[in-house]
Write a new protein. Structure first.
Ligand SMILES: [Mn+2]
Ligand SMILES: [Mn+2]
Ligand SMILES: [Zn+2]
Ligand SMILES: [Zn+2]
Lengths: 150, 150
DNA sequence: TGTATTTTTTAAAATCATTATCTTTTGGTA
DNA sequence: TACCAAAAGATAATGATTTTAAAAAATACA
């Protein structure tokens, strides 16, 4: 945890940004809720619990900054809000998501399943892949079991 | 063109929706701009050219309806607006996109490259895949050529 | 150490896409 | 024709995000 924070601090410094207390509080919330997919508002409310002075605009600015530095990925699951997802330690590519259309749960796949597909895209479409976004929509294990019962 | 329109008309009727003149005008615009990725506002302005009486709310309502019927897919490339993309004739899955981070162009891949990956997801994660979203971010052919020159 | 300069934050207002509401129109049916 | 439901039109409301202006904090440097 402290290690990840240090790493992020260095990433900020390398672009001559500072890790202000507000930014640190925001990053800590993201680290503490890594499994979730928080909206800006969610982050704001959680940060506020420990640092009530912080403003929503600051949270937005911080998330935007972290996004530019590729520390978080800004995603959109189709409801009206952007969600912010920490990159996994050392990951070059964004991880994949499994969104259940029954219960709305979101599962993560950290393993990169797109190696072969990217090769095809690079050779057949002459497109130099830098990153990707992959989401599957379907039915999660739990919801399948529920269906089987009924 | 007329053929696609007929098909869509049938899809609407099968759910007991009507193809009203406003809906037809909207669908025609989508068909005429299939290669683009239009926002609701874009669609509205184009529909207005031929049917000036139409209201923005109607366009939104129509796009929402087409979305529910899986005739169009609602996508989000990270700018603040939703974009609407016609499904390819007879396609079960949403097609893929190549977004250039240099020039912003968007290329489409109609071929489904995810067959193997979906099999892995179904067996190893026990997730029943119904649809997917795949976007690659990188450098398009044209922008690569520009780089080579300089 | 003191002061000018720059960065960051705050609070509030503005923006802008989308949705909701309310009224009117349309098209079918008894 | 009179009635009803679905759809459209007009416009207000909502809600996420951005912008602005002023204050505070950090930094540079004489
Ligand atoms: Mn995730
Ligand atoms: Mn497309
Ligand atoms: Zn589920
Ligand atoms: Zn390009």
């Amino acid at each position: 945890m402290e290690h990840r924070l240090e790493r992020i601090k260095k990433q900020l410094h390398s672009q001559s940004y500072k890790l202000t207390p507000q930014r640190e509080a925001t990053v800590r919330v993201l680290l503490e809720h890594e499994e979730d997919h928080l909206s800006a508002e969610d982050v704001y409310l959680l940060v506020k619990e420990k640092s009530p002075e912080i403003g929503l605009a600051t949270v937005y600015r911080t998330l935007e900054l972290l996004s530019e530095l590729k520390i978080v990925d800004k995603i959109n699951f189709g409801d009206g809000v952007s969600r912010y997802d920490l990159r996994k330690e050392g990951a070059e590519h964004f991880h994949h998501h499994l969104v259940c259309i029954e219960c709305g749960s979101v599962e993560e796949i950290e393993e990169d399943l797109l190696g072969d597909v990217e090769k095809i895209v690079e050779t057949e479409w002459q497109f130099k892949v830098k990153d990707h976004r992959l989401t599957f929509h379907g039915i999660c294990r739990k919801c399948q079991e529920k269906e089987d019962e009924s």
